[in-house]
Write a protein that binds this ligand. Structure first.
Ligand SMILES: Nc1ncnc2c1ncn2[C@@H]1O[C@H](COP(=O)(O)OP(=O)(O)OP(=O)(O)O)[C@@H](O)[C@H]1O
Length: 212
């Protein structure tokens, strides 16, 4: 019998998404285990965001299977650490207020505090400033701080390096390394212009745009 520890957290088999006659992505086969990361690479419109949204269950796949911990499901079995193109944070609220509101949904990972997370992303001194008064990069950093506090094993990150300076990009790499080291797993997207320094990362190239 298979040891439960040997079962991938996520497995995609022959996964396809089409819209009408257009194949958005697939067929794709990949699996992800605790401690592993997968980088989805591809040009604009190659289907990276659509794949992440399909994994969340927000778009119905056209073919194939998605297995979470060995079981075929349409939605993930547990909360996902999601970072999209939009941060999802409320601009009228401060970083701290946003994080406290989200903690009511996601909880707080043991051993971390909201203030410590904000400090580690370089937002010390901005904890109580409404996000509308902060730059795009600072908003992105606030979203990263929130992500780091959630007790979620799987992260799905759409363009996590977007709007970040070099220091911010290295911060994402450090966050990913720490997350994988804790037994987490992550799928992230990139146009291929950013060279990640994260170890234990595989790359999956999406070409998209093929006709079915
Ligand atoms: N809501 C939608 N309705 C119809 N087609 C869509 C929708 N969202 C995306 N598409 C199409 O799906 C294809 C893949 O888009 P997707 O956003 O997944 O690509 P991407 O690789 O994430 O692109 P980018 O790098 O520009 O963010 C594109 O051809 C796009 O036009």
């Amino acid at each position: 019998m298979l040891d439960p520890a040997d079962i991938p957290l996520l497995q995609c088999q022959n996964l396809c998404l089409s819209r009408g006659e257009e194949r958005i992505f697939g067929p794709l086969d990949f699996s992800l285990r605790s401690g592993e990361a997968l980088m989805l690479e591809g040009s604009n419109g190659s289907g990276k965001t659509s794949l992440l949204r399909t994994l969340m269950g927000w778009i119905a796949r056209s073919d194939g299977d998605i297995l979470w911990q060995g079981t075929a499901r349409d939605t993930p079995p547990a909360a996902i650490g999601w970072l999209g193109h939009r941060t999802g944070l409320k601009s009228e609220l401060s970083p701290l207020e946003n994080m406290r509101a989200l903690a009511a949904l996601f909880g707080l990972r043991p051993g971390i505090s909201h203030r410590a997370a904000l400090q580690s992303v370089g937002l010390e001194g901005f904890e109580d400033t409404p996000l509308r008064k902060l730059s795009q990069g600072q908003n992105r950093r606030a979203a990263l701080a929130a992500l780091m506090t959630w007790p979620t094993q799987m992260w799905l990150l759409d363009e996590p390096y977007a709007n970040l300076d070099r220091d911010g990009q290295l911060l994402v790499d450090r966050m990913l390394e720490a997350h994988l080291g804790r037994g987490g797993a992550a799928i992230l997207t990139s146009h291929g212009l950013i060279s990640t320094r994260v170890s234990r990362i595989q790359t999956l190239a999406l070409s998209g745009g093929n006709h079915v």
